[in-house]
Design a protein around this ligand. Structure first.
Ligand code: SF4
Ligand code: SF4
Length: 112
C-alpha cells in the first residue's frame, strides 16, 4: 500500500478548480496538463431538483508535491483548496478518517 495519500471529502467540493490552478502553478505545467482534474456530473433528483457532483481525481502527473514535502509543506492543491476539503497524510490515517465521511475519496497514489 502507498505510504502517503490525499483524501478529498467530495461533499464539500464546490468544483472551483483552484486545486488545478495551484498544481499548474506549482509545477509550471502548460495548459492542458495537470496533476489533478475536477470533473462535474449533473443530474436530476426524483424531486426534480438538479444536482451537480464535483469529483477531483489525481492524474499520473501528480508527484504528491515531493519537493514541497521535502520542505515540510503540504501539497499545493491541499493548501489552496477553497473549502479545505483535501487532506494529505499517511494512507493508514486517512483511511480511518475516510470511514467517518459519507462521500470521501482516498487516493493512495504512488508517484512514478
Ligand atoms: S499533490 Fe501536488 S502534484 Fe499532486 S495534484 Fe496536488 S498539487 Fe498537483
Ligand atoms: S479546490 Fe477544493 S473545493 Fe475547489 S475544486 Fe478543488 S477540491 Fe474542490
Amino acid at each position: 500500500m502507498a505510504k502517503y495519500g490525499i483524501l478529498i471529502d467530495t461533499d464539500f467540493c464546490t468544483g472551483c478548480h483552484t486545486c488545478e490552478v495551484a498544481c499548474q502553478q506549482e509545477h509550471d505545467y502548460p495548459v492542458g496538463l495537470n496533476g489533478i482534474k475536477v470533473t462535474e456530473y449533473e443530474y436530476k433528483l426524483a424531486n426534480g431538483k438538479v444536482k451537480i457532483d464535483c469529483i477531483p481525481f489525481l492524474t499520473d502527473l501528480c508527484d504528491l508535491c515531493m519537493g514541497r514535502q521535502a520542505d515540510g509543506e503540504r501539497p499545493s492543491c491541499v493548501k489552496h483548496c477553497q473549502t479545505a476539503c483535501m487532506y494529505f497524510g499517511l494512507t493508514s490515517d486517512l483511511a480511518i478518517e475516510a470511514a467517518s465521511r459519507p462521500r470521501a475519496v482516498l487516493y493512495t497514489h504512488t508517484p512514478k
